[in-house]
Write a protein that binds this ligand. Structure first.
Ligand code: MLT
Length: 268
């Protein structure tokens, strides 16, 4: 299946890059930090026979531009721009992993009427505590001084399960981390440090939700995910065995089968 690139001009003059494939109901994919559309390649390929798949590159990542600092709410506005241009008059299925999940929740806050469903993978609803905020500010400073790689290379063993580090998934992850620009990494850290807590809103989300966790996720552990997901009134939970924080890359077959089954059960 052909994956093609579409560039849109959004708020603040930013160029948003979207990688698109397939036809059918629209599914928008939002990647984690500090990645890009490449983490969704298997989904763009394997789901294109039934769905119109759009992988948005968040500001500064992949081919999307960055024009100064932004908030997670700004990224939700970018998603709405993409919907308006590429899927007008349609409700969309939104799939966000980790940082992409923070954006998906903000999208729900403002644009829930446009959502057919919400998939929250390897993410969490709560904001950072003071300690986590400080660590983000330190990383933002460090990457500007030293470049991204020294700070990001230490993340590999936390992002994927240990067994995957030496595999092709580890290689693909390394390539993404090596190409993440320092300014994109710094801006994303600041945006995440300032994000709002969402925990109290969970009981209000009546959209159908799929929550996915990895049994070996060191960043958003499965047990914690199970606890917050219980507050969602209309959800399914899937814990993918042996996978770490990047379930769509580490276990693409299980991830895709779970997602397709969930999406197919939603009314058109
Ligand atoms: C991600 O994968 O997007 C990050 O773990 C999110 C974060 O740093 O909170």
């Amino acid at each position: 299946m052909r994956i093609h690139e579409i560039s849109l001009i959004a708020a603040a003059g930013n160029t948003i890059s979207v990688k698109a494939s397939g036809q059918g109901a629209t599914v928008i994919f939002l990647h984690g930090f500090p990645l890009d559309h490449r983490m969704w390649l298997t989904q763009l390929n394997d789901m294109s026979d039934r769905f119109h798949c759009l992988a948005i590159e968040l500001r500064g990542f992949g081919s999307s531009s960055l024009d100064g600092d932004y908030s997670i709410q700004d990224l939700a506005e970018d998603v709405e721009q993409v919907r308006k241009h590429l899927a007008p008059n349609q409700k969309l299925h939104l799939v966000g992993l980790s940082m992409g999940g923070y954006v998906a929740l903000e999208y729900w806050r403002k644009y829930r009427q446009n959502l057919a469903s919400l998939t929250l993978a390897n993410t969490k609803p709560n904001a950072d505590d003071e300690d986590a905020k400080q660590q983000r500010l330190q990383m933002a400073d460090r990457v500007v001084r030293e470049g991204s790689w020294p700070a990001l290379q230490t993340m590999i063993s936390r992002l994927i399960a240990r067994d995957a580090v030496e595999s092709s998934v580890g290689q693909q992850l390394t390539e993404m981390l090596q190409t993440a620009s320092p300014s994109a990494v710094a801006a994303a850290q600041l945006a995440m440090a300032n994000r709002q807590d969402f925990s109290q809103q969970l009981p209000l989300i009546s959209s159908p939700c799929l929550v996915i966790a990895g049994s070996h996720d060191a960043i958003t552990p499965a047990e914690a995910t199970e606890q917050w997901a219980a507050s969602l009134p209309n959800h399914r939970l899937r814990i993918i065995q042996s996978a770490g924080h990047l379930t769509p890359m580490e276990s693409p077959e299980v991830f895709n089968a779970t997602l397709v089954e969930f999406l197919s059960a939603q009314p058109l």
